[in-house]
Ligand binder design. Structure first.
Ligand code: NDP
Ligand code: 2IT
Length: 463
């Protein structure tokens, strides 16, 4: 940890950075065995931010990196419930309360069979810096369960949510920790979770965000992540004197983020041509217009069907077991499904096909070597911490509306979202330039988020 004292050529400094990150990572890996996604998220972050320690040696003296990778608190609990056949089911519940340096813990809940501690620690870690970028006073956390809502009845989902909240409720609070949705947790689940919290706490409060607007939710919260990712993409184009208008866009996923990414691409005059789920992708060369998108929303949010049905219904191609990144002629790629869904080979394909902008609607969807290649090849790359921060930002606006016993109209919230995304873009760009890495949003966004959290930790002492 002597990096900040070093002098010498840029190359020597870079070697030293790598060596220092390497030693730091050895320690992180030893203390979080087999938590691969967490290692990946931490490595990506510290590779990007290490130059800051040259200017701020006090961050290392205060062991800020070592404190940041240790969650303030992690709760792991049993979630027993009874399915429709009367059988007892047991799942595992988690809440990772990563950092309260700049506000109460804030972040989503994920219900997916792949959920484990390593995945939630990666998500909570990313959330801390993403939330710092939103300009709002939000700390970072993440939670969830290995429960799989697929194929479960509404009653089963309700009983699971009630069992999950029966333990979680004692750990969260308006000034402590405010969960929201993520993969597998949408409006239905937030409703059931909220109902159980209200019953146990005897309190009607904005304890969760993503609520239905009829009982305390914010307008535009469902749209916010997808809209925000596309606003960020538009800002990246504008920085180069261009716009998304007329551009062909590849989108993965077909859930909340993907759906509203399509909607905003359409609003801004682009053409979204793909959607996917874990079974495959559809390619609609004519574009997924408003009518087709309404059909997708009904398919995914109400009938809970598969994206292959789109191909049958609209007579387009379906590619089973594949991801959309090989489709030719696109200008933009927006991965909006899950982590590690765009690898090095696919990045090479995108580059060969002339892609200009990649922005992450999902959290950490692009593998590290793919990120490096895209940036080195001159593709504008918007990392999730910046590009998908619109969701949590509007969650912050939902909290503000709840606290003020008020609600804002769609136009007001959408304008605030656009403003926040432009601000995140501006700060990321300017910080990248400040650190001699123009156009590198990985360096810009990570350093900007990191230094805000680090400065708050220094101010508040060793706690
Ligand atoms: P949803 O549950 O609404 O949709 C998830 C989509 O991704 C589905 O199409 C799903 O397909 C697909 N998917 C999930 N897991 C996998 C997998 N292992 N392999 C392939 N496809 C998969 O979730 P969201 O749209 O809310 O979340 C998508 C991403 O965006 C996540 O990375 C999430 O963390 C991130 N995000 C979400 C925010 C939000 O506000 N909701 C905010 C910021 C980021 P299938 O139906 O087959 O499972
Ligand atoms: O990854 C994310 O930013 C989210 N799932 C949204 C979190 C939130 O608190 O709205």
């Amino acid at each position: 940890m002597q990096y900040y004292e070093s002098v010498g050529s840029h190359h020597e400094r870079m070697c030293e950075v790598q060596q220092t990150v390497h030693e730091f990572m050895d320690d992180v890996v030893a203390k979080s065995v087999a938590q691969f996604e967490f290692h990946q998220a931490v490595q990506e972050m510290f590779e990007a931010v290490w130059p800051i320690f040259e200017r701020h040696p006090e961050f290392l003296e205060a062991r800020i990196p070592h404190r940041m990778v240790e969650a303030e608190r992690i709760i792991i609990f049993r979630v027993p419930w009874i399915d429709d056949s009367g059988a007892v089911q047991v799942n595992r519940g988690f809440r990772v309360e990563m950092s309260s340096a700049i506000g109460p813990y804030k972040g989503g809940l994920r219900f997916h069979p792949s959920v484990n501690l390593g995945i939630l620690k990666f998500l909570a870690f990313e959330q801390v810096f993403k939330n710092a970028l939103t300009t709002l006073p939000l700390g970072g956390g993440k939670g969830g369960s290995d429960f799989d809502p697929k194929g479960r009845s509404d009653n089963e989902v309700m009983r699971f949510c009630q069992a999950f909240m029966s333990e979680l409720y004692r750990h969260i609070g308006l000034r402590t920790d405010i969960p929201a949705g993520d993969i597998g947790v949408g409006a239905r689940e937030i409703g059931y979770l909220f109902g159980q919290y209200k019953k146990l706490a005897n309190e009607f409060s904005g304890i969760l965000t993503g609520k239905n607007p009829g009982w305390g939710g914010s307008l535009i919260r469902p749209e916010a992540t997808g809209y925000g990712t596309v606003y960020f993409t538009e800002e990246m184009f504008r920085a180069k004197g261009d716009t998304i208008h007329g551009k062909k866009v590849l989108i993965s996923g077909s859930g909340n983020v993907a759906q509203y990414a399509v909607e905003n691409v359409n609003r801004l005059g682009g053409r979204a041509v793909t959607l996917s789920d874990s079974d495959g992708f559809i390619h609609d060369p004519h574009g997924i217009d408003a009518e087709k998108l309404a059909w997708v929303m009904d398919l995914k949010n109400e009938r809970r069907g598969r994206i292959s049905e789109y191909a049958e219904h609209f007579g387009v191609e379906y590619y089973a077991g594949q991801r959309p990144w090989g489709v030719e002629g696109a200008d933009v790629a927006l991965p909006c499904a899950t982590q590690n869904e765009l690898n090095l080979e696919e990045a090479k394909q995108l580059i060969a096909n002339g892609i200009r902008v990649v922005a992450e609607g999902a959290n950490m969807p692009t593998e590290p070597d793919a990120v490096r290649l895209l940036i080195d090849s001159g593709v504008l790359f918007g990392p999730g911490k910046a590009a998908n921060a619109g969701g949590v930002a509007v969650s912050g606006l939902e909290m503000a509306q709840n606290a003020g016993f008020t609600s804002w109209n769609r136009e007001e919230v959408d304008a605030k979202l656009l403003n926040i995304m432009s601000e995140i873009h501006r700060v990321s760009r300017e910080t990248a330039e400040e650190f001699d890495a123009p156009d590198n949003y990985i360096i810009g966004a990570n350093i900007a988020g990191f230094r805000k959290v680090a400065a708050a930790m220094i101010d508040q002492g060793v706690v």
